[in-house]
Design a protein around this ligand. Structure first.
Ligand code: SF4
Ligand code: SF4
Length: 443
């Protein structure tokens, strides 16, 4: 069983009519994801082994003032949601964070926050952060989601790859949020996410943790298995599916069964998102063609670029960049227009070591089943990996066709490619033959 907010295709079609997808020149996506660039010195205070961006380029070049100005100009009645999270950053480490929350509410949009929880208590003591955040929550659609991923300080340290107890303060922080919500009679949602691994999934730890969450009274508790990291080729992801996802799924499904919520009114609503929701083989299906997820969201990455989607929001996936952080709304609209493209093929991403997230997988699967007759327009583009092959964080996946690149930049690998093409098309022997015959005819 799932809560309505987690039915992504329904969320999308409540926002945009199916018949408008790929038929209108431009549609405001349902949400804008903003990956705040942390404190610009470190991307995050934790170092989770499964962190999606940690093996990729973790650029932190976004200009927050420019982003706020753009939002002011976008105004109300456009995006329904602003979602603050990160591919590799912790949003609460950003000093402009609360300005974004205040502005989101001024624009009459909902906010969603995805955070590791480490700053809640500290910021509450510093400036009453939790009190203000809760005061801005107007309905259950405004949410704070904490990626906690552990039921004890010990397993938290291992999972987050840190040497100190941050878990106890995170629990304190969640209690502060929930208490504030009760005090202020706020309707906002406080959610907890738990990625299961070998350190945090003993029956004892899970039982104790679930009891603690019930006692604190968070709204929901979602369990899942971490994704294989982006930036890996398909064979590696398939291997992860066999060795980790498939194997662990059986175990976790059985283990969690007794705790799962039976009714949507239960608090916390406890559910498990099975790995089928992130299955690479579903993305490799030959009918997995058009990307309708660009109607659901657009993403401003912490690097200071607009991207087709949040899971490719790092300069490592250069082909997914729609442009530099825009100065004006019309620039942003042009970028979104480019991304709402019936010809773009999801396999361009898969071939470039990127992958859809759970929401995108669900939406694109359902969309391509619905639009099977017309989705033949999608064509895979070739991409090229440029940069030092032994340094994954310096490799960029760029369009092979230089004209398709957002910045039209030329790389050393292009010249290599041109030379290779020349050799392939005109072999040396052909050149020699041509020269000899030319000499002969000029005699
Ligand atoms: S807390 Fe999130 S952003 Fe930070 S390292 Fe872990 S997964 Fe990455
Ligand atoms: S990763 Fe998936 S959702 Fe993102 S742009 Fe590619 S196909 Fe679309």
């Amino acid at each position: 069983m799932r809560l309505d907010n987690y039915n992504y295709m329904k969320n999308l079609t409540d926002w945009v009519d199916e018949k408008d997808i790929f038929n209108k020149d431009f549609v405001w996506p349902r949400q804008m994801e903003i990956h705040l660039p942390s404190n610009k010195e470190i991307a995050c205070d934790f170092h989770c082994f499964y962190c999606q961006g940690s093996k990729l380029d973790m650029a932190l070049g976004m200009d927050e003032k420019k982003a706020l100005k753009l939002m002011e100009e976008i105004g109300p009645g456009t995006f329904e949601y602003y979602v603050y999270g990160g591919a590799y950053t912790e949003p609460l480490l950003n000093s402009y964070f609360m300005d974004f929350m205040r502005l989101t509410k001024k624009l009459k949009a909902h906010f969603g926050i995805h955070s590791n929880g480490s700053q809640l208590k500290k910021l509450q003591e510093k400036n009453g952060f939790c009190t203000e955040l809760v005061s801005l929550m107007e309905s259950k659609f405004d949410y704070y989601s904490c990626s906690l991923d552990a039921g004890s300080p010990e397993s938290h340290m291992k999972t987050k790859n840190i040497k100190y107890d941050a878990w106890t303060d995170i629990i304190e922080g969640l209690k502060i949020l929930v208490n504030e919500r009760e005090k202020q009679k706020s309707k906002g949602s406080i959610r907890v996410a738990y990625l299961l691994n070998k350190w945090n999934s003993s029956v004892e730890e899970l039982t104790k943790f679930i009891d603690l969450m019930k006692e604190i009274k968070v709204d929901s508790l979602r369990f899942s298995i971490p994704y294989a990291q982006y930036g890996n080729d398909v064979a590696k992801v398939q291997n992860y599916k066999q060795k980790v996802e498939n194997k662990e799924h059986e175990k976790f499904k059985k283990l969690l069964q007794p705790y799962m919520s039976k009714s949507k009114d239960e608090k916390p609503f406890i559910f498990y998102f099975a790995p089928v929701n992130q299955d690479i083989d579903r993305m490799l299906d030959e009918n997995y063609k058009q990307c309708a997820y660009t109607y659901y969201q657009t993403t401003m990455g912490s690097s200071g670029h607009i991207y087709r989607c949040s899971s490719i929001a790092t300069p490592s996936f250069d082909y997914g960049i729609l442009g530099k952080q825009p100065e004006t709304v019309s620039e942003l609209k042009e970028m979104i227009k480019v991304s709402q493209d019936k010809n773009f093929h999801c396999h361009t991403c898969i071939n470039s070591t990127a992958r859809c997230n759970r929401m995108a997988l669900e939406i694109n699967t359902e969309w391509n089943a619905y639009n099977k007759k017309n989705n033949y327009t999608a064509k895979t583009d070739d991409t090229l990996a440029v940069g030092p092959k032994n340094k994954r964080d310096e490799i960029k996946h760029v369009y092979k066709d230089t004209e398709k690149r957002w910045n039209k930049k030329i790389y050393a690998e292009d010249k290599l490619k041109i030379n290779q093409d020349n050799i392939a098309i005109k072999p040396k022997s052909f050149e020699i033959y041509k020269n000899i015959s030319q000499k002969k005819s000029s005699k």
